[in-house]
Design a binder for this molecule. Structure first.
Ligand code: C2E
Ligand code: MG
Ligand code: MG
Length: 248
């Protein structure tokens, strides 16, 4: 935790970008995924340090940095014909979202960086929804009115109450990679994936499958009516310049 605190001060973080595609592979956006370049340990994965950051208040400073960096990236891409259509998805921790000034601070970042709100997508998780539904809905609606969109990450892995789904002004559901992983071999995972796709369709939400690694998984999900995908099959999370070289 002391290392992490220092890392926030010394800006040892960077963002990697993973392509998000539709249909057969047309890139429509990226997910920003934070990496910690530790001076001794090398690249540390967020699975290791995000939970730690969430226990302390460090997630607030880190989350703010991620949002600003992602928005600066959007602004940089806005002038480039090959990249200006891309959206950037940013993961938001429950703790961060629950800050009373969260909505204001997001809008401040947009204004400061000049990023277009309709290119920014915020990924929320079910852990956010444990209490104060009305407060969550109000915050989301406020940001949505400015053009920001919302995706529900890790859908189905947490406190899955379907009653919240109808209240939230969401744009997208993410089929969690734990379901995608065995979608071809485990009939239960296949059923869950189908259920999310059907739910999304009937509620008018886009559905994106994450963790798509093989052509067979892609084919299956496409045939079931899923239109958006993210996973190693289409590209690993990569530094900004590698992504630009690939897409520009
Ligand atoms: P997530 O938001 O569900 O992100 C998807 C994770 O799946 C990423 O792990 C990504 O690298 C990985 N992934 C993508 N495609 C594949 C695939 O085809 N196969 C497999 N096996 N994995 C794939 P990563 O980058 O290690 O991030 C882990 C988690 O850390 C994220 O899960 C997210 O919850 C959290 N995280 C990452 N960046 C941020 C951030 O800036 N803020 C917050 N609050 N959390 C973040
Ligand atoms: Mg995510
Ligand atoms: Mg996820």
């Amino acid at each position: 935790e002391a290392d992490l605190r220092e890392a926030v001060q010394k800006q040892q973080f960077l963002l990697h970008y993973q392509p998000q595609v539709v249909g057969l592979g047309r890139i429509t956006g990226v997910e920003a995924l934070v990496r910690w370049q530790h001076p001794q340990r090398g690249m540390v994965s967020p699975a290791e340090f995000i939970p730690l950051a969430e226990e302390s208040s460090l997630i607030l400073a880190l989350g703010q940095w991620v949002l600003e960096t992602a928005c600066l990236q959007l602004t940089a891409w806005a002038d480039q014909p090959a990249l200006c259509h891309l959206s950037v998805s940013v993961n938001v921790s429950a703790r961060q979202f629950n800050q009373p000034d969260f909505a204001t601070s997001v809008l401040d970042v947009l204004q400061r960086t000049g990023a277009r709100a309709n290119r920014l997508k915020l990924e929320l998780t079910e852990s956010l929804l444990v209490n104060d539904m009305a407060g969550v809905v109000a915050k989301m609606s406020h940001l949505k009115a400015q053009g920001i969109s919302f995706s529900l990450d890790d859908f189905g892995t947490g406190y899955s109450s379907l009653s919240y789904l109808k209240q939230l002004p969401l744009d997208q559901l993410k089929i969690d990679q734990s379901f995608v992983c065995d979608v071809l071999t485990d009939p239960n995972d296949a059923s869950i994936a189908r259920m999310v796709i059907a739910l999304g369709r009937s509620m008018g939400l886009e559905v994106i499958a994450e963790g798509v690694e093989t052509q067979a998984q892609h084919d299956f999900l496409l045939a079931e009516g899923c239109h958006a995908f993210q996973g190693y099959l289409f590209g690993r999370p990569m530094p900004c310049d590698a992504f630009e070289q690939r897409s520009g």
